[in-house]
Design a protein. Structure first.
Length: 100
């Protein structure tokens, strides 16, 4: 961020992680808890969907131990994350990756 370089790749990885933590595959199969922090991650990911009427940045702000204050509040990163997560949820993971 400080160097002014693109954050699109990192935002995509974060969006993919968030999508995974929503707990269902694109085909609707349940993703079983596999992380000691699963309850927390799942709750944040579920609240970060457009359908939940909560901003996708809820994921970033809810994980300060991962993203820190700088990334979680960066308008550049938030915009890139929101774009990637929206694309993944709308078009699917494979298409979302290809469009990045």
């Amino acid at each position: 961020l400080a160097a002014g370089r693109s954050v699109d790749g990192m935002a995509l990885v974060s969006a993919l992680w968030c999508r995974y933590c929503q707990g269902k595959t694109e085909s609707g199969k349940e993703i079983l808890p596999n992380d000691p922090q699963w309850d927390r991650l799942h709750a944040l990911a579920s609240s970060s969907t457009k359908e939940a009427s909560v901003s996708p940045k809820a994921w970033l702000e809810g994980l300060p131990d991962v993203y820190g204050a700088t990334v979680a509040t960066s308008p550049v990163f938030i915009q890139a994350f929101d774009k990637a997560l929206t694309r993944i949820q709308k078009d699917g993971v494979e298409t979302g990756i290809k469009k990045n």
